[in-house]
Design a protein around this ligand. Structure first.
Ligand SMILES: C[S@@+](CC[C@H](N)C(=O)[O-])C[C@H]1O[C@@H](n2cnc3c(N)ncnc32)[C@H](O)[C@@H]1O
Length: 242
C-alpha cells in the first residue's frame, strides 16, 4: 500500500503531504524565481532533454532548501535538468556542493557557468565504478540513472550501506503506474524499503492521486501552477535512509 509519509528514524520532519505543503509556502518566493529561471533555460537550450516533472523537481528543491545538505550526490544528469534544479537550491542556500556521476557528459554543456562555479563537480563514468569506495559524506542522494532491477540491486546492496540513517534519498521513475513493474528498479527499491521497515513519499499522479491533486491545488493558490516542464507523472519516490 502507498504511504504518503515517511517513518523517519531521524530528528528531521517526516516527509508528508503536510510537510511538503509547508515548504511550498515557506519558499514560494524563491521557487517562483527558480521556476522562471528553469523555463528560461529550456528556452535557451531547446535541444535539452529534460526528465524531471514539476512536482518532483520542486519537492527536490524544497527539501534541499529546508535541509541544507552539505554534499549532494546525483546519479544520472542526462542533459542537466535535475542538475540545475539541485544547483539552484544550493545557490539559494549559499552553501553545499553537488557531485554528479553520469556515463555521458552533456550536462557540462547546459549547466550555466555561474551555477556550476564553486559548487559542482562532474564525474564521468559508470556510477558503480566511480562511487566504489567513495569518500563522500552524502547528505542527499538523488538517483535517476539506469532503471533496471540489476542497477537497483547494486545501489541498495553497495551504495545504501554507505549512506547514514536519516539522509534524504530520491529515486526517479518508480511510479509511472499505480505500482512498479514486477521486475524493475522500483520493485527492488520498494522491497528493500519494506524489508527495512521504511516508508516513502511520492507525488505520483497515478500512485498517489490525492497527494498529487492537493499539491496542484496549493500551487494554483500560490500562483505556481504554470508548467515549467510538460511531464505530468511525477514518478519519483522520496524517503529517509532507515
Ligand atoms: C533518465 S536520465 C537522467 C535524467 C535527468 N535526471 C533529468 O532530470 O533530465 C538517466 C541518465 O543516467 C545515466 N546512467 C545510466 N546508467 C548509468 C550508470 N551506470 N552510471 C552513471 N550514469 C548512468 C544515463 O547516461 C543518463 O544520462
Amino acid at each position: 500500500m502507498i504511504r504518503s509519509s515517511v517513518a523517519a528514524r531521524s530528528s528531521r520532519a517526516e516527509i508528508t503531504l503536510q510537510h511538503v505543503c509547508q515548504l511550498y509556502r515557506r519558499y514560494q518566493d524563491d521557487l517562483r524565481v527558480v521556476r522562471k529561471e528553469q523555463r528560461e533555460l529550456r528556452t535557451a537550450c531547446p535541444e535539452m532533454k529534460t526528465q524531471l516533472d514539476d512536482l518532483e523537481a520542486e519537492i527536490t528543491y524544497l527539501l534541499m532548501r529546508e535541509e541544507r545538505p552539505a554534499t549532494v550526490v546525483e546519479i544520472g544528469s542526462l542533459h542537466g535538468w535535475s542538475t540545475t534544479w539541485i544547483l539552484r537550491a544550493l545557490r539559494d542556500n549559499r552553501a553545499g556542493a553537488l557531485v554528479t556521476h553520469d556515463l555521458i557528459d552533456n550536462a557540462r554543456h547546459n549547466v550555466p557557468a555561474e551555477l556550476a562555479e564553486g559548487r559542482w563537480t562532474f564525474v564521468p563514468g559508470d556510477a558503480r565504478e566511480t562511487l566504489r569506495g567513495h569518500r563522500h559524506s552524502i547528505d542527499h542522494l538523488f538517483i535517476d540513472a539506469a532503471h533496471t532491477a540489476s542497477f537497483a540491486r547494486w545501489f541498495v546492496g553497495e551504495l545504501f550501506p554507505t549512506v547514514r540513517a536519516g539522509t534524504t534519498v530520491s529515486v526517479h521513475d518508480v511510479f509511472h503506474r499505480r505500482r512498479p513493474w514486477p521486475v524493475s528498479e522500483g520493485r527492488v527499491v520498494l522491497s528493500w524499503l519494506a524489508n527495512n521497515g521504511a516508508g516513502y513519499f511520492t507525488p505520483s499522479r497515478l500512485a498517489a492521486a490525492r497527494v498529487n491533486r492537493e499539491l496542484k491545488e496549493l500551487k494554483q493558490r500560490l500562483g505556481l501552477l504554470k508548467p515549467v516542464h510538460d511531464g505530468l507523472d511525477d514518478p519519483m519516490l522520496f524517503f529517509r535512509m532507515p
